[in-house]
Write a protein that binds this ligand. Structure first.
Ligand code: SAT
Ligand code: MN
Length: 592
């Protein structure tokens, strides 16, 4: 493969001089090259080939024990001015970032191969796509990028001799958490990630480019780069309405994006079409409406809990051509995970590489899991049985509603609608969620996660809120904004809402609100469905549970205000006044 892009060649030379790999291999996107790389990884043990009869095209990988989730504390935005990253992001100056990571990168690829991966986020050649080039010393990363993005010769051709690209450098180095840094240099269109081999830290097209760098570009260029799934709901007349929904990592975006209508709603003939499960790039088109594309080409989803009941489409999708990371390996080279399809095998090797048997307990008497709670599948979008026919369309799909959701045991009702765009931005900006296994840190702790972008906004979140408010002025017809909470619990700690396929009942209400046909009741926090406005055919939850799910407890909401105030205050004068206005208006509606 010959690259005629001088700047790209120069940069590869420069990075080679620093990292000192033994050889350089350009990734062309061909099946043959992929097969060769797989064989090499099998021979070194980096990958294990699964039983090809049962798991055709599937491979298995284990990460280092301290490298199983994104490390937000080691993730930095490196800009000249510290104020430009705001109080939520970690900041480092570009000079210090290049120096500190450079020390770790220096000579770190000796004895290794450096792979050059030209990739496109979004269909190659679409005006909405962005090109990146990732250098990495990990075959695992190459194979994941081949699934998650469009890779190879056609991308280089699109780049031509002087096209713009994001410079993405990744090195495993020693995979030592003490020498791990995930750095973004938005002013230099550059990402440097060193010392990790896990997912979002190393597949640099994903969170690093398609969210952190893209969100920075999106503000400059007037569009949205969001942590959202996109799904289409087809009704019996064959019309498809699309919604985009933001949830923090490991809150069920993949399951929602692929849901199957529940029994009771089947008579209505709904079908769900998946456009994306994690990232949405959206812009206002010439019709004044919001249009969204999924810039990825595959799904990197949480494995535990995936089965033919929770996510039949997703479960089917991962039977073939899938990379499994950190699940349990069975003795006959199959894979197993908690809350999967089958009973546990009599024995196997757990995600840490140790022998495992069902019922094993650790020193504290807690069950030992076979699969890490954040174990992942990497599956090509084309394996998804409900993939939207428009998923590669360069214009994407028109978005009728924006949905935001957190994992809240209390407080937030099953669903409510914001009064208008500005209030919707406030609702999204103040959303909060309990921490999941997708991030290091204390699980279950509630933290503010505005627009589910807390870990992914590449600039000052106050400016991000401003961008959201400003974008609202450019629509001919603003999409409506909703908040959902599938995770509300009763007094005994049981989830009150069944979730999964039944979430369509809520989405149906949302779409009917957009059409102006569904009933709602005004509450201090927004419009909440009336007790009988969700179609509950075939699901008997009981009036009390429904009431509890839809209830708005003013006292609880009053207590929430103090935390929101503290959160807003961090941004100082940079926080848009409109959000304080909304805060005051909510206070008044709550009678404070
Ligand atoms: O590791 S990823 O960041 O890609 C997955 C997630 O946390 O959403
Ligand atoms: Mn995500």
């Amino acid at each position: 493969m010959i690259c005629e892009h001088m700047k790209l060649n120069e940069w590869v030379d420069e990075m080679t001089a620093m990292c000192e790999p033994d050889q350089i291999v350009w990734i062309d996107g061909s099946e043959e090259q992929k097969k060769e790389l797989e064989q090499e990884a099998f021979s070194t043990g980096e990958l294990i080939q699964l039983d090809q009869e049962k798991w055709p095209g599937c491979v298995y990988h284990r990460t280092a024990l301290n490298d199983v989730a994104r490390t937000e504390n080691l993730t930095y935005i490196c800009t000249r001015n510290e104020e430009d990253v705001g109080p939520i992001n970690n900041w480092m100056s570009p000079v210090e970032g290049y120096r500190r990571a450079g020390e770790i990168f220096r000579g770190s690829m000796k004895g290794r191969t450096m792979y050059v991966i030209p990739f496109s986020m979004g269909p190659v050649g679409s005006p909405f796509s962005k090109i990146g080039v990732e250098l990495t010393d990990s075959i695992y990363v190459v194979l994941n990028m081949l699934i998650m993005t469009r890779v190879g010769t056609e991308v280089l051709e699109q780049l031509g001799t002087d096209g713009e690209f994001t410079k993405c450098l990744h090195g495993k180095a020693e995979r030592d958490i003490e020498k791990r840094l995930i750095l973004h240099f938005p002013e230099y269109n550059t990402i440097w990630s060193v010392g990790s081999g896990y997912g979002g830290n190393v597949l640099l097209g994903k969170k690093c480019l398609a969210l952190r760098i893209a969100s920075f570009l999106a503000r400059e260029e007037g569009w949205f780069a969001e942590h959202m799934l996109i799904l289409g709901v087809e009704n019996t007349e064959g019309n498809i309405d699309y919604v985009a929904a933001a949830f923090p990592s490991a809150c069920g975006k993949t399951n929602l994006a692929m849901l199957i209508p529940p029994e009771g709603l089947k008579v209505k003939g709904y079908r769900i079409w998946t456009v994306g499960d994690d990232i949405a790039w959206m812009r206002i088109d010439s019709d004044g409406a919001l249009w969204g594309v999924n810039p990825e080409a595959g799904f990197f989803g949480v494995v535990p809990g995936t089965n033919s009941r929770t996510n039949p489409n997703g479960f089917k999708m991962i039977q073939k051509n899938t990379i499994f990371t950190n699940v349990l390996l069975t003795s006959d080279n199959g894979v197993w995970w908690e809350d999967g399809e089958d009973d546990p095998p009599a024995e196997g090797t757990d995600w840490t590489g140790k022998p495992w048997r069902p019922g094993m307990k650790d020193a504290d008497g807690k069950p030992v899991v076979g699969a890490n709670p954040n174990s992942r599948f990497t599956a090509p979008a084309t394996e998804c049985p409900c993939l939207s026919r428009r998923w590669e369309h360069h214009h994407g799909v028109p978005i009728s509603a924006l949905i935001f959701g957190g994992r809240r045991a209390r407080l937030a009702p099953l669903v409510y609608e914001a009064f208008d765009w500005q209030h919707g931005v406030y609702v999204a900006a103040t959303m909060a969620s309990e921490r999941t296994a997708a991030q290091y840190g204390k699980q279950g702790e509630v933290r503010r996660d505005p627009m589910a972008m807390r870990p992914f906004c590449g600039y000052n979140m106050a400016d991000y809120f401003r961008h959201w408010l400003d974008m609202g002025k450019h629509f001919k017809k603003q999409p409506r904004i909703f908040h959902v909470n599938w995770f509300r619990q009763d007094a005994s700690g049981e989830f009150m809402w069944p979730g999964y396929g039944d979430n369509l009942r809520v989405i149906e209400w949302i779409l009917e609100r957009c059409e102006g046909t569904a009933d709602a009741e005004q509450t201090p926090i927004g419009w909440v469905p009336k007790l009988d406005s969700l179609d509950m055919t075939g699901l008997d939850l009981g009036q009390d549970t429904m009431k509890a799910l839809l209830s708005v407890d003013a006292e609880e909401w009053k207590r929430e205000l103090a935390d929101i105030e503290d959160f807003f205050k961090q941004f100082g004068a940079r926080l848009p006044g409109e959000l304080w206005q909304e805060y005051e208006a909510l206070k008044e509606r709550l009678g404070v």
